[in-house]
Design a protein around this ligand. Sequence first.
Ligand SMILES: *Cc1c(COP(=O)(O)O)cnc(C)c1O
Length: 442
Amino acid sequence: MLFYSTKNPEKKVNLADAVLKSIDSDGGLYFPKKIPKLPSEFFKNLPDLTFQEIAFEVAKQFFTPEISEKELKQIIKDTYDFPVPLINLNENNYILELFHGPTLAFKDFGARFMARVVSKLISVENKKYTILVATSGDTGSAVAQGFYNIPNINVILLYPSKKVSKIQEKQLTTIGGNIIALEVKGAFDDCQAIVKKAFSDLDFEKNNIHLTSANSINIARLLPQSFYYFYAYAQLKKKNKTNLPLYFSVPSGNLGNLTAGLIAKKMGLPIKGFICSCNINDVFPEYLKTENFKPINSKKTISNAMDVGNPNNFPRIMELYKNNFSKIKSEVIGFSFTDKKTKEKIFETYQKYNYLSDPHTAVALLGAKKLLSNHSKNIIISLGTAHPSKFTDILKPIIGKNIKMPESLIKILKKTKKSMKAKANYEEVKKLIFYINSNFST
Ligand SMILES: *Cc1c(COP(=O)(O)O)cnc(C)c1O
């Protein structure tokens, strides 16, 4: 499959370029040349397919033949070795739990897949690559887990010192092996600026250091996020619950998750519509009201992974709908909710259904409730994007109880943090990258 830049549809690149460059030199995002419709036979058989089988059928459309069918099957098998339960909260109200991967957040679906695709694409080049990632918390560990122990790859994670949660820091700094955590005395924006500058610094290539990025707009991270929409539908079909119109409530920040759902719909999945559920960073819901896309300075909330003031997948949504505003409005509904409402929802869901949701999932549940209150004859699946135990500091005071940690997290918390420290200074970080590479022997 070829991909084109959203800034210039005439300019087409192959899979390797789209994935390894992440973003076009013209600043556009890569988009598949074609979104194929899947055959009706596939939809008929869906309930009998496993997650991995569904993922393969969808992925095949975009990633073969550059990646062979055999390799793709193996990538999917290695990536999705965890359950994806569909929970019935009550009546027509469901939650798809996407947080049972190694980092306990839905970012695992995209990041682990992308990591394996990257390693496959560069394996033919016989070069060593350094993946540079700036992270505000969740993304870094999902990406790093994906690249863990993969030959010829080093990962350097830049994270802002003291600005990520305790649990997140442990997840970033205890992986070891080919993953190096760089603790930067500064803000996330400093980390991001340093990474950006490094990519335009020719000294690295001159010294045989090949940098590549793994940021959130990478097309190999986006496409695999469509797999679970098909899988969720398959589970409903198994229960004979596909007679009512289906909506997904998507807790949204950069709109990657939502875009992947829209792609699934375009591939033929019979979804009535989507709810774009946001916290007070409500750029997309505002767009749906006004047709004006107006980025804002992001505001801090308890659903911090959605504190995005300039959602970076917006151009892809425009591309999918060819800028047809009324068409978008007929398929996507936008809502935004305050922290106060989110906390109330966490409390209510716990009281009523004995279900503890993290703050991001709670925003999705608020969106679902709002739609169901007007249209009770729908089925809504809210996407559960993070495990509640990652947010014990926020949840404990709301429910007044200690929160049980999964085994995997207890293990990580017992490990010793290992990081290299740097000032928020480009030259200093650059020296460290050179130093790390001089010891890059695997
Ligand atoms: C990243 C993230 C989101 C937002 O997803 P987007 O694809 O950026 O819209 C929601 N919840 C959690 C827990 C996340 O980590």
